[in-house]
Design a protein. Structure first.
Length: 381
C-alpha cells in the first residue's frame, strides 16, 4: 500500500498502457492534499498531436452518477418518491402491470427488469458480445442520427424482459436511465440536460463538464478511436457523434479533474444530502454489459480494492472513448483515467473477447493510482 503519490511510478504505469496499444490516455490522481496529473501518447495518430491531462473527453456511463444525483435531489424536494411506481409519473411510457411494478428506485439501481434498447437501435450490437459475424456499419450509418428518447425507451420496454421488477441480480440497462431523464423533464418542466446542468454540474462548479446537444466536442480533446473488436482496423475516430442515442444516460463530456472534483463533493454531501448519499451507496448485485456481476447502488459502483478497502464511483465508454473515476470511502484517495481507444480485444471462435496486454496494463495503472501496487480484476463498462 502506498500513502503518497509517486510521479515516476504513475507516469511509468501510464506509459505502459500506451505501449500496450492505446493511442493516448491521461489521468489525475489525488491523495489528501497532493495531486498528480499525467498523460501519455497521442490525441491524433495522423498528426502526432499529444494528449494532455486537461483534455475534455466523452466519459460514457459516468453520466449516470450525475443523472441519479439529480433524481435524488428531486426526491429530497418531495417531488419524486423513490418507491413509487414509474407508471404514476410516466404511464404512457411504461404501461400496464410492469409500470405498476417498477419503481423509480428500481430504475436507478438497474433492478427494473427492462431490457437495454441498444441492440435494437444499433443492429450491430444485437449479438453483443458475440459479434463475430456482425459489422460496425451501423456506427457509421448513425453518426449524425438524431434519436428521440421516447422511441428508444419504447424499444427497451417492448423487448423481452431482462428480469423481474425488483429481482436480483439486476441487469444493467440504459433504458432505465432514459426513463429517469424523462421523469426529470416531467417533474421540472425543463430538459434533463438543463436540469442536470443547473442542479448538479453547475452546483459542483464543473467548468469543463457538459451534456452535449450536438455531435461535437467543444474545446481541446482527443480523437476517439473505436476498434470494434478488431473489425475496424485501423481503429476509426468517432469523436464526432450525435449522442442522442444515449442522452444524459451516457453522453457526458468532462475532464479527469472535473470528475475527481465531482465525486469528492458527492461523497462529502455537497451535491445531495447525507441521507440521500446513504441510499445511493446501498448496493445490489447487477450484471454488467460484459456479463460480470458488479455491486451497484443508485448510480454508483462499489469497488473493493485489496489493501485499500472500499472505493465508489463509476466507469463508462462511448464509441472510441473510455473513462473511470473512483474515490475511497474516506475521500482521501481518488483517481480518474481516460483512454482514447475502445473494444481493443479480438474475438475468439465463440465470439468472446480475448485477453489483451492493454487489459493488464490498465488494471495495473488503476490499482497503482488507487494506492495499491498489486493488480486485481476490475471490469470495464
Amino acid at each position: 500500500m502506498t500513502d503518497t503519490l509517486d510521479p515516476i511510478e504513475l507516469q511509468t504505469a501510464l506509459e505502459a498502457v500506451q505501449h500496450a496499444g492505446v493511442p493516448g490516455l491521461f489521468a489525475e490522481v489525488r491523495d489528501h492534499d497532493q495531486t498528480w496529473c499525467g498523460a501519455a501518447g497521442v490525441a491524433d495518430v495522423a498528426t502526432g498531436r499529444p494528449v494532455t491531462a486537461e483534455m475534455r473527453h466523452r466519459v460514457g456511463s459516468i453520466s449516470k452518477a450525475f443523472t441519479a444525483a439529480a433524481v435524488l435531489q428531486q426526491a429530497e424536494n418531495g417531488d419524486i418518491a423513490l418507491d413509487t411506481p414509474i407508471a404514476h409519473y410516466l404511464p404512457h411510457l411504461v404501461p400496464g402491470e410492469r409500470g405498476a411494478a417498477i419503481t423509480v428506485r428500481m430504475l436507478i439501481n438497474h433492478t427494473s427488469g427492462l431490457a437495454d434498447y441498444l441492440p435494437h437501435a444499433y443492429p450491430s450490437l444485437a449479438a453483443f458480445p458475440a459479434v463475430a459475424k456482425t459489422t460496425p456499419k451501423s456506427l457509421d450509418d448513425h453518426r449524425f442520427t438524431r434519436f428521440h428518447p421516447t422511441e428508444l425507451i419504447e424499444l427497451g420496454v417492448s423487448a423481452p424482459p431482462a428480469g423481474t421488477p425488483g429481482g436480483t441480480p439486476g441487469v444493467y440497462s440504459n433504458t432505465n436511465y432514459l426513463l429517469l431523464c424523462q421523469l426529470l423533464e416531467s417533474i421540472t418542466g425543463t430538459s434533463a440536460e438543463k436540469c442536470i446542468t443547473r442542479n448538479v454540474i453547475d452546483r459542483a462548479g464543473l467548468r469543463d463538464t457538459e451534456l452535449p446537444t450536438g455531435p461535437y466536442i467543444e474545446g481541446p480533446h482527443s480523437l476517439h478511436y473505436e476498434s470494434w473488436f478488431g473489425m475496424i482496423d485501423p481503429p476509426r475516430d468517432y469523436s464526432v457523434f450525435d449522442m442522442s442515442w444515449v442522452g444524459p444516460a451516457a453522453s457526458l463530456i468532462s475532464t479527469v479533474a472535473d470528475l475527481n472534483r465531482y465525486f469528492a463533493l458527492l461523497l462529502a454531501g455537497e451535491i445531495i444530502s447525507p441521507s440521500s448519499l446513504a441510499q445511493m451507496q446501498h448496493t445490489v448485485p447487477v450484471i454488467s454489459f460484459e456479463g460480470k456481476q458488479i455491486e451497484y447502488g443508485l448510480g454508483l459502483h462499489r469497488v473493493e480494492v485489496p489493501g485499500r478497502g472500499t472505493f465508489w464511483g463509476h466507469d463508462g465508454s462511448a464509441w472510441g472513448s473510455g473513462a473511470i473515476s473512483l474515490i475511497s470511502a474516506d475521500g482521501t484517495r481518488q483517481a480518474s483515467i481516460a483512454v482514447n481507444l475502445q473494444r481493443w480485444n479480438r474475438l475468439d471462435s465463440s465470439g468472446r473477447p480475448q485477453p489483451h496486454p492493454i487489459d493488464t496494463a490498465l488494471r495495473t495503472l488503476t490499482h497503482l493510482a488507487l494506492g495499491h501496487e498489486q493488480t486485481s480484476g476490475k471490469s470495464r463498462g
